[in-house]
Design a protein around this ligand. Structure first.
Ligand code: NAP
Length: 282
């Protein structure tokens, strides 16, 4: 079994972005909006800001109070849409309950939607003609590529069908000619389906969910889950100690998919700059 080192792969991606920005003398900016006091969101936003620094991307943070009105948030997005110094806009989710996430995502110009959450960008991902990568699934693909595994023709099982992870994950695997099965809470005989997988991606959000009996010998196992265990320690979906010995490759949590998601966000922000400079057709 070999561990897939998400930190190392993401560092290489960020270095490449930094080199490109320096070599081409680009000025690239990312606006990050955070509403309210969600502690996990604060950690994510700080990590995104740090990644911007590493890559030479200017970050603009907008920390808004919990009781921000929807019109105020939409006004800010409108201003950022028109600001040439801002190439990418992301609004950290989840938003406080009184704000309509769909409406907020829709307000971000598709050419600045570096999370690729808008219907326009999701549609482009679906047809395989996209500029912005879905960050977490694209990070997973990079990790799979780093193992030298050829995805074409492989049996791939994705557990989870969310719009931000499971569905786009399945699409990216399909675009690389895998045979893909998507599982969810109504899937029957889940363990049996998962055991078919040469590549198993878990995006459920439950600690110790993937057990050894669900994994084929020699499988590549990618753990997208980010959960807290009984000791409040960060962990994934996979029962690592019993699953790892069966795998050819496996991602740890932390240090697997998490750092890749942010690296892909940086890649999208550079792509946004190219699109807005007319160097790439969106
Ligand atoms: P989500 O929207 O809650 O989706 C979870 C999916 O798991 C749903 O499709 C659900 O099925 C499925 N599921 C739940 N219980 C199941 C069961 N017993 N059997 C089979 N499927 C089951 O979550 P998400 O946003 O996709 O995130 C998933 C996990 O990834 C979370 O831990 C999240 O924190 C993590 N995450 C990590 C990163 C990263 O950068 N590392 C990024 C994004 C998310 P139904 O659709 O039938 O309900």
């Amino acid at each position: 079994m070999q561990l897939i080192d998400g930190k190392a792969v993401s560092a290489a991606v960020k270095q490449q972005i930094k080199d490109t920005i320096e070599k081409e003398g680009l000025e690239v900016g990312l606006a990050v909006i955070i509403v309210g006091n969600n502690q996990a969101s604060r950690v994510y936003v700080n990590n995104k800001k740090k990644a911007c620094e590493v890559c030479g991307i200017k970050s603009f943070e907008y920390a808004l109070p919990e009781d921000t009105k929807e019109e105020e948030l939409l006004e800010l997005i409108d201003t950022l849409n028109k600001d040439d110094k801002v190439n990418g806009i992301l609004c950290q989710l989840p938003l406080p309950g009184h704000l309509d996430e769909e409406k907020v995502i829709k307000a971000i110009s598709p050419i600045k939607d570096v999370d690729a959450f808008s219907a326009v960008n999701v549609g482009k991902i679906m047809i395989g003609n996209y500029a912005f990568l879905p960050c977490t699934p694209a990070g997973v693909m990079e990790l799979i590529h780093s193992t030298g595994t050829d995805v074409a023709g492989k049996e791939c099982v994705v557990i989870g069908r969310s719009n931000i992870v499971g569905k786009p994950m399945a699409m990216l695997l399909l675009h690389e000619n895998a045979t893909v099965t998507i599982c969810h809470s109504k899937t029957k005989n889940l363990a049996e389906v998962c055991r078919r997988a040469d590549i198993l991606v878990s995006a459920v959000g439950r600690a110790d969910f993937v057990t050894a009996d669900m994994v084929k010998d020699g499988a590549v196992v990618i753990d997208v889950g980010m959960n807290r265990n009984a000791e409040n320690k960060l962990c994934g979906d996979v029962k690592f100690d019993e699953v790892a010995p069966k795998c050819s490759y496996i991602t740890p949590v932390p240090g697997g998919v998490g750092p890749m998601t942010i690296a892909m966000l940086m890649k999208n922000t550079l792509m946004a700059k190219r699109i807005q400079s007319g160097n790439y057709e969106a």
